[in-house]
Design a protein around this ligand. Sequence first.
Ligand code: ADP
Ligand code: GLC
Length: 486
Amino acid sequence: MSNLRVLFVTPEAYPVMKTGGLGDVSGALPSALHQAGVDARLLLPGYPAVLQQTHSEDTGIHLALFPGINALLRLGTMPDSHLPVYVLDCPGLYQREGNPYTDANGQDWPDNALRFAALSKAAALMGTEGIRDQIGFIPQIIHCNDWQTGLTPAYQRYLPGEHPHIIMSIHNMAYQGLFPADMLTTLDLPEDSLHVYGLEYYGQISFLKAGLYYADWVTTVSPTYAEEIQGPEFGYGMEGLLGSRQKQLTGLINGIDYQQWNPATDNYLWETYDADSLDKKASNTRALRQQLKLNESDQPLIGIVTRLTHQKGIDMVIAALPDIIHEGAQFAILGSGDLALEKLLAGLADRYPGQVSFTQGYHEALSHQIEAGADMFLMPSRFEPCGLNQLYSMAYGTIPIVRHTGGLADTVIPVTPTTLDTGTATGFLFDEESPQALFDCVDNALVTYRNPDLWRQLQINGMKRDFSWHRSAQSYIELYRLFTEE
Ligand code: ADP
Ligand code: GLC
């Protein structure tokens, strides 16, 4: 048993709260660390769903976060695992139903700065002697995730005593947690932190920049994205800072939680299957078509499951879709987000009944059913720090068609004569950010689909890849050890 002790701080973790891939990662990575012998514990905000599902009846210890804002830190366990989770119970900040970041109209909660500063402050306090003694857990590493936890090392810097080391993981640079400079006092941050060498970003407070500047090490979720964010296109003005930290910046690829995403055991499927029983995948395709009112057909079914944001390139799908339908394909699309994109997708479903289905909303079961039932999975992202759905697709024998960026470029191996020979090809990639390039790539996949032996080979190549968290967890452990064994 290793003696590493890690506090994993995150605004969401599957299954108690998930809006996207960060939820998946925060559900799986701490468990994988735990299995590898690390005493990994989560810290999550006490949203109603979190309080209910973590059984944190523990009376908790008192945390004074900001003047007039106190919380109870309660210890519970994640459902279906023994992973300890500290829940920050502060009803004034978190006792709201629904999405952790926005209200029912998709507007950010007006007090998000305080809500996530509180999470960060709690994490920093948990590294101090007084609190450590009370909870009986002395973290050596505090592992922060995304802007919502970015202030942790800033707070820590101004707290007295010895502290744990802080790793800051970026899952998406596009979300930065920017707030007006005059909130500095409310957030209990000293004047001198609002500096270019600090958490200032063009005159505002940036939670993300605080994390990138003050943390001991920065990671992101793929090697290619780690490179990309050091350039102007994806660095959002922080490329200089990231470049200067190049030696403390690592890209570690995400994994698949095979307990949740495995076609051989997935309870959401109509029929389970594996690489040796791929014919059973067709039952899922049939059932999915029925459920989504798509015509029975021998055309390939293209799946999409996504947040509808500019990042994901769905506008390019919308532009290319009529031509793709014309070539002979169907679409099963699940997503929510940008209202204009939702409207356009609903319009396409009306225009092509039986050929295009669009389900608005967030549906865990349907997301699994599309992964299993679709023949191809389309992810034309403008940028993609890692991406999980292309990994799930490969595990489900569903061929990914992706843009060559970030983690998509690192995980999908393009079909070429060489990769076909070596049995490594797993999908289709395109470079240019345009509907035409997307169409050409999909068209190439449609042609390949007509060769069943070749298609089957691609499916098997993908299904045989090992994307388990085990390997990534080992890389994180090596990184933690840089600090604990120095
Ligand atoms: P991101 O985190 O940028 O959204 P990822 O590919 O890393 O992208 O992870 C997305 C995760 O969220 C996947 O588990 C995917 O299945 C899930 N997801 C996204 N949109 C929906 C939706 N509308 N319904 C159900 N699951 C969704
Ligand atoms: C972010 C990224 C996605 C990544 C996920 C988990 O939401 O957009 O690419 O897979 O975080 O790291």
